[in-house]
Write a protein that binds this ligand. Structure first.
Ligand code: CA
Length: 232
């Protein structure tokens, strides 16, 4: 059986040990790098299925590593950051990272994020869903050709903005999308002042697709960051 390969980029030995111990108990192979220079070389030579990336490295900014890796690879990248690096986290997601964990994180959370990233795979769901005219996720489906969305087979009446919003989230299922990214995709421009209107559209969209919009199953909120469509 193929064991997924994880590249762990982290300069803090305590966190590296924690991750190693966790990965040892699972069906994963891994390789560790302590700085940005070796991380970039390992991203090529080790050819990982997922990269776990600490943002604060001794020789290089984590965001720079993401930009370099994205130059040739769509490998899922999960950022590990300290809470003080919140702004960097958003920048890292905009540079092409898929997800993030804030230190200290739980092992269960870590493994759950890893599974989502592995499911997304190297080309993301974007490539697969771009080819398919139909999106299916739990009871939610989208017929891209017809421009219609359905819940349990019944058409959901969406405004053009709500439909666009839903499609952007669906085409990036599993990936955390920043407010800026969503604003650019839906409205063609990203202005911080538009975040409140994004929240309003998100609330009305949720009312239409979530059974309980106070405990959303499909669209997850990332406070101060953005939203993610969860795979059911
Ligand atoms: Ca660090």
């Amino acid at each position: 059986m193929y064991k997924p390969k994880i590249l762990v980029v982290e300069d803090d030995p305590a966190i590296t040990n924690l991750i190693r111990t966790t990965l040892d108990t699972q069906e994963y192979q891994y390789h560790t790098a302590k700085n940005g220079t070796s991380a970039i070389m390992d991203a090529v030579s080790y050819n990982p299925d997922v990269i776990i990336l600490d943002l604060g490295l001794p020789d290089m900014d984590g965001v720079e590593i993401i930009r370099k890796v994205r130059g040739w690879s769509g490998v899922p990248i999960i950022i590990v950051s300290a809470r003080s690096e919140d702004q960097d986290k958003v920048e890292a997601l905009d540079a092409g990272a898929d997800d993030y964990l804030t230190k200290p994180f739980s092992i269960d959370e870590f493994l759950a994020r890893l599974r989502v990233a592995l499911r997304r795979g190297r080309n993301g769901e974007t490539a697969a869903s771009a080819q398919s005219a139909l999106y299916q996720n739990g009871e939610l489906s989208i017929d891209y050709a017809a421009g219609c969305a359905y819940m349990e087979g019944k058409e959901i009446h969406l405004t053009p903005i709500e439909y666009k919003l839903l499609c952007v989230l669906a085409k990036n299922t599993g990936k955390v999308l920043t407010h800026n990214y969503i604003l650019k995709e839906v409205w063609g421009t990203a202005v911080a002042a538009d975040i409140p209107s994004l929240r309003v559209f998100m609330a009305t969209l949720r009312k239409k697709i979530e059974r309980d919009s106070s405990a959303p199953k499909y669209i997850q909120t990332h406070i101060g960051v953005g939203y993610r469509m969860l795979r059911q």
